[in-house]
Design a protein around this ligand. Structure first.
Ligand code: F6R
Length: 609
């Protein structure tokens, strides 16, 4: 997620801005920039890479002035480059932005038709031009910004300044956060509290659909219609480290909670209920080849591999195509039999995993069509594949994957619908029903988050166990695997995931009253079979932690602990069932005192074999 800062006061703005951006580094970024206004107007400095590059540039080309804006960019539209870095200038206007503008292509076409030249690949630059356009004829910065943001679709927070209105910053937001810091003879703006905590603890939180006009001595809040809003500032008492984690104890906990928003961002603009389509314009260049494929192989590592196992169900059921799944580390060395009618889908959060990149090379060598599902823009895997669907989970800081997983599921589901429609194997009305369920998923995951304290109680009771068994069937068997992996990684407890029906062929020997058995038991087609498996565990004294979407007397009687998640279409149940499993792994790890965000021996991105 991009970092946003703004300053107006009496200090050297570039020092304040770079310092504030440094405190947002934990969010992840690929380029940075600042703009400062002085007697010569607004001057901009931007750089690819780490903040240290920007600091070096500011030594050779310093910026003087007591008002400015700064930004660290996490690329979403357009690769990381100096031209795509923020701030963006258009005429007299300079602007920074966090979020995604859905209608930027229409707006870009309109601005180009008016003779404007846009020099970056970003959606952001469009907003700067819109504001500049609106300022024509002497309209004030705040009015022009208001007119411009009313034309934007999507989620955004922006901060704007203009050569023609020195001493004033204007901020506006619809979704991504903006906090305003109130100081003595100075005021500050940031996307996140820690950036400005050094200067003030008195903060105003901009709400969706609000704007702020910020000068050295005042902050005026209005809505997008221009009505004044009044609110008292809040005193923030967090220490700087807690502040970085958004008030959560760990990044992992924060990222679990970010899933509803990450899913909204991943689904945005990609669901069309009226026509039953999942428009993924990024696939248009490979559309002809997609129409000819007759087999799919999915490949990935770790958590992303679990996502591909769920994806196989989506593709089988919605596109009616044979699909197989392989670990990338195996696929790349097994001389897979592939041809030009094969599609190889690789899934990777980082886009840099060496084995997954190796799988792409193998698929390309064999002449297969390659598609990446990736979170990091312009990463090696994204660049190497014929097409890429980006998840918009934002940076994942904690080593163990959480929000990357659920957004990968969302991207795979969208793709399965898109392919099913393309191959005429899914009709519009069926697709529309499924997409309507998918659209509700962010809200249902939000509801599932309320299980956190209940899961914490369960975790306390089982934290001393030496082994865990996770069981699931069908589309939730991979969810069981993912639950077991999370527990292993975070708490170092041995855990195994198994298909519930397979338990009696071996793992049943492990069951004693010391073994917690975590079971996915949604009320789906195989529910009664799952209950039979649970009875096998019960009769051997196993401790059952069951997760369902519809409680029954029977389940309540068998389970030691029962967790109920919101109900959705059975194919989509992995989204909701995953949440309590993430919490369970997290809370057990906390109980055992593990290093939750950086578990031993693990790296966030495995770029070696
Ligand atoms: C698990 C985890 C790893 C990664 C795996 C693939 O929590 O984080 O198993 O999922 O290393 O990484 P990416 O998705 O970056 O290719």
């Amino acid at each position: 997620m991009c970092g946003i800062v703004g300053y107006v006061g009496y200090r050297e703005a570039s020092d304040v801005l770079v310092g504030a951006l440094r405190r947002l580094e934990y969010r992840g970024y690929d380029s940075a920039g600042v703009a400062v206004l002085n007697g010569r107007g607004i001057e901009v400095r931007r750089c690819v890479g780490k903040l240290v590059n920007l600091e070096k540039l500011l030594i050779t080309e310093p910026l003087r002035g007591a008002i400015g804006i700064g930004h660290t960019r996490w690329a979403t539209h357009g690769r990381p480059s100096e031209e795509n870095a923020h701030p963006h200038r258009a005429g007299n206007v300079v602007l920074i932005h966090n979020g995604i503008i859905e209608n930027y292509l229409e707006l870009k076409a309109e601005l180009t038709a008016k003779g404007r030249t846009l020099s970056s690949e970003t959606d952001t630059e469009v907003i700067a031009h819109l504001v500049d356009e609106e300022m024509k004829g002497g309209v004030s910065l705040v009015h022009a910004t208001r007119n411009a943001v009313r034309r934007l679709l999507g989620s955004f927070s922006i901060v704007v300044m203009s050569d023609t209105e020195p001493g004033r910053l204007v901020a506006a937001k619809t979704a991504t956060p903006i906090v305003l810091g109130l100081g003595e003879r100075e005021n500050l703006i940031a996307s996140d509290i820690p950036a400005i905590l050094e200067y003030t603890r008195d903060m105003l939180f901009l709400e969706d659909g609000e704007m702020a006009e910020v000068t050295r001595d005042a902050i005026v809040l209005t809505d997008f219609e221009g009505n004044v809003r009044q609110r008292a500032p809040k005193r923030v008492t967090w220490d700087p480290v807690t502040a970085q984690k958004g008030g959560y104890k760990h990044f992992l906990q924060k990222e679990i909670h970010e899933q509803p928003q990450a899913l909204i961002d991943t689904l945005r603009g990609r669901i069309r209920l009226e026509t039953g389509d999942a428009p993924l314009a990024e696939l248009d260049p490979i559309d002809d080849r997609l129409g000819k494929i007759d087999r799919i192989t999915l490949s990935a590592c770790g958590t992303a591999w679990h996502a591909t196992l769920v994806g196989k169900f989506f593709l089988n059921q919605l596109a009616r195509l044979p699909a197989e799944v392989d670990y990338a580390s195996e696929f790349r060395y097994r001389a897979p039999v592939l041809g030009e009618r094969d599609l190889v889908i690789v899934v990777s959060q980082s886009g840099e995993t060496a084995d997954t990149l190796g799988a792409v090379e193998e698929a390309k060598r064999a002449g297969a069509l390659t598609l990446a599902i990736c979170n990091v823009l312009d990463s090696s895997i994204a660049r190497r594949c014929d097409a890429v669907i980006y998840t918009h989970a934002g940076p994942e800081i904690s080593v163990a994957s959480t929000k990357a997983f659920t957004t990968q599921l969302a991207a795979l589901f969208l793709f399965a619908v898109r392919l099913g429609r393309r191959l005429d194997r899914l009709d519009a009305s069926q697709a529309s029903v499924l997409l309507a369920h998918l659209r509700n998923i962010p809200q249902l995951t939000e509801q599932a988050l309320s299980l956190e304290s209940r899961v914490a109680q369960i975790a306390r009771r089982h934290a001393n166990a030496q082994d865990f068994l996770y069981l699931g069937r069908g589309v939730n068997y991979p969810v069981a695997l993912e639950g077991a992996l999370k527990l292993k990684e975070l708490s170092y407890i041995h855990a195994e995931g198994y298909p519930a029906g397979e338990m009696k062929h071996g793992p049943i020997a492990l069951i004693t009253d010391q073994l917690p058995v975590v079971v996915m038991a949604p009320k789906d087609d195989v529910y009664s079979k799952t209950i039979s498996n649970l009875k096998e565990v019960e009769s051997r004294g196993g401790r059952i932690i069951a997760i369902t979407d519809e409680p029954s007397d029977e389940l309540e009687r068998i389970a030691t602990d029962l967790l109920v998640v919101p109900k959705t279409h059975s194919l989509l149940s992995p989204f909701t069932l995953t949440i309590p499993l993430q919490f369970l792994a997290y809370q057990v790890a906390v109980e055992r005192g593990s290093d939750v965000d950086q578990p031993r021996n693990l790296a966030k991105s495995v770029t070696v074999e």
